[in-house]
Structures are given as C-alpha cells and as structure tokens.
Design a protein around this ligand. Structure first.
Ligand code: PMV
Length: 347
C-alpha cells in the first residue's frame, strides 16, 4: 500500500485559456501564462492511498464522502495513461482532499485540486518529470497544468492530437521576481452558473469576437513572457487587463451571453483605473476568471493599500492577499489524515 500527500496552489492567468481543441484531453486553442499563487495563502492538500483493499474509488472532499464526476473522469484518463506501466494505479484509490480556503468562496479549486492529485499520483509511482506531472494535472483541468510549476508559468497549447506537446513550462522562477502579489476581492460565494467547460464550448461555437481575440492572444503571451523576463510590471499590468477584458468580451458575445462579472467586479475595474491614474503609472492590474471575484496583480509594496481600497468597495466580502508560490510538491501525510485513513480502511 502507498500513501502519499501533496499540496498545490491555484494560479492566476494573465493571458487566459478559454476554448479547447480537444475536450477530453483538455487541449487549448492558445498558449496561456500565469502566476502560481502561494500555498500558504490558498492551497489544496491531497492524500491518495494506492493498493488498499477498497472495492471502489472513494473520495473525501473537504470532509465529505461522496462521488465526484470530475475526479472520476480525471482518474479514468490518468489510468489510461499510466495503467499499463503502473499496475497499482488500476486498483481502487482512496482520495482525501481539503482546501484551506472555503470552496464556497468562489475561488476556483480545480487548478489546485487537480495539480495536487497529479503530484500525489506521480510521486506514488516514482514519476519525477515535471512535464509529465503537468500533463497529468491537465487531464483533470486545463489550468491545473500550470500549477505544477512555481513562479511564472506558460502552458504551451501544442499541436499534436495526442496532447504530448501540451504542457506547462516555467518562464521565470519565483526567486527572480518574488515581489508580485495577487490581492483577491471576493464578492460572491455562489457557484458559477455556467461551468468553464460549457462556457468555453459556447464561446467557441457562437462568438465572432472569439476569433478576433485568437488573432492577438498568441502575441500577447509572447509579450507577457518578455515582460516577466524583464521584470517590466507596467507592460505586464497593461497586457493582463486587456486580455481579461477581451476574454470577458468574447463571453458576452457568446449566445446566449455568458456574464461572470457583476456590479462589484465592475466597481473594482473602475477603482483600479482611478488608482493607477492617481499614481501616474500602472501600479495594479485587475483580472477576472470565470467568476465575479477580482484578482488585482500588484507589488507586495502596494498590496496593503490595494487591499484597503478593495475592502472599501460595496459588495466585497473578503480580501485575500497571496504572494508568488513555488508550485505543487509532496509533503508528509498530516496526522489527522493518517487517522482518517486508518478508520476508513479498518471499517
Ligand atoms: O481549467 P478550467 O476548466 O478551470 O478553466 C480555466 C479558465 C480560466 O480560469 C477562465 C482561464 C485560465 O486560463 O485560468
């Protein structure tokens, strides 16, 4: 029997992924680029037990036992990929996963959750190649492929049908530019009405603007990668805001329209523009994923001021500040988890 635990943080995309060329393998239609967040601020901790005598896969997510279609699909794909080489992964698995942030806070937990799962599976099977870990994470959720690395990360779309060239690479380690922060303003605890999976499908099928964004997005990735290497915050901030706005424009242009941003999100957009105007330069950049919560990218020096500003905006319920993180890794299994495993397996 093998018991392995891991931790992974979410990441925030500066140039986004919104559209797949292969739904099952989660192959994107463009490269994307992100900052991995700090697991001390936001993290999924996952433990897997391989080779137990359980009769079926068992999941305990945030303390609740029950089925999960998304994890079941990811495990199917992971087994298909690794099962021939690693017999032990074919047997029923016990998976225990907890987020250190409330799932209902509206922060996507799929990136950190699937990155942590990939890390644990790889480690249990002795796989150390980070590219392989990124591919395993991608099979769970596209954006999770980026959380396998720390610092500043690019997910290459790849060209191959089998997805073997679609994985993340590190653009720059945290240590080269540790000064950035993500100040997250949570304005809604609701689960999103349109999942990213169906939202992407709808945008790709129905939005005309989507094709227009596609013409520029690959160049934007190159520019942001360059800005990261030069530690050029202003360019990074400008390109980040433009791409968030462009992606949300394609969502609104979908039919029926998809609207993730709310009044509070729009108030944050206004406030960040005012803040930058007053400062006379770009000191902060907003970006929104498939939900209303604002991520404001700034420097650690500025983060306190930004957090206070966001707290003053109507509808903001909670503000979380995260630095740049180191990527997924294995950890010793927590004592409490060991006790839970013993209880489940000896029942
Ligand atoms: O990987 P998913 O299915 O959670 O999709 C993520 C999509 C965005 O968060 C909106 C953009 C991105 O690149 O993270």
């Amino acid at each position: 029997m093998r018991i392995i635990s891991s931790v992974a943080a979410p990441n925030i995309a500066l140039i986004k992924y919104w559209g797949k060329r292969d739904d099952l393998l989660k192959l994107p239609i463009n490269d994307s680029i992100s900052i991995t967040l700090d697991e001390k601020a936001l993290a999924s901790t996952t433990t897997i037990v391989l080779g137990s005598k359980l009769k079926r896969d068992t999941f305990i997510l945030n303390g609740h036992a029950g089925p999960d279609a998304h994890i079941t699909e990811a495990l199917l794909l992971i087994r298909r990929r690794l099962g021939k080489r690693h017999h032990i992964i074919r047997k029923p698995i016990l998976l225990i996963s907890d987020n250190n942030f409330p799932t209902a806070a509206g922060i996507a937990s799929s990136a950190s959750g699937f990155a942590a799962l990939a890390e644990a599976v790889a480690s249990a099977l002795g796989i150390r190649n980070r590219r392989e870990i990124s591919i395993l994470a991608r099979l769970g959720s596209g954006s999770a492929s980026r959380s396998a690395f720390g610092g500043y990360v690019r997910w290459k779309m790849g060209k191959r049908k089998d997805g073997e060239d679609s994985f993340a690479v590190q653009v720059s380690p945290r240590s080269r530019w540790p000064q950035l922060a993500d100040v997250i303003a949570i304005s809604s605890a609701e689960r999103k009405k349109v999942s990213s999976k169906s939202g992407m499908e709808r945008t790709l099928k129905t939005s005309e603007l989507c094709h227009c964004r596609q013409e520029h997005v690959q160049r934007a990735v190159e520019k942001v990668a360059g800005a990261i290497r030069r530690k050029d915050f202003r360019s990074l901030a400008y390109l980040t805001m433009r791409d968030s706005n462009a992606m949300h424009a394609t969502m609104l242009d979908s039919w029926p329209p998809i609207i993730y941003m709310n009044d509070t999100s729009r108030a944050v957009v206004e406030a960040v523009h005012q803040y930058n105007e007053k400062a006379g330069s770009l000191r902060a950049a907003y970006t929104f994923d498939a939900g209303p919560n604002a991520h404001v990218i700034t420097t650690r020096k500025e983060a306190g001021k930004i957090a206070r500003m966001l707290k003053g905006i109507r509808g903001v319920r909670k503000v979380i500040v995260s630095g740049v993180g180191e990527g997924s890794k294995t950890i010793p299994t927590p004592q409490k988890t060991k006790q839970l495993i013993a209880r489940i397996l000896h029942k």
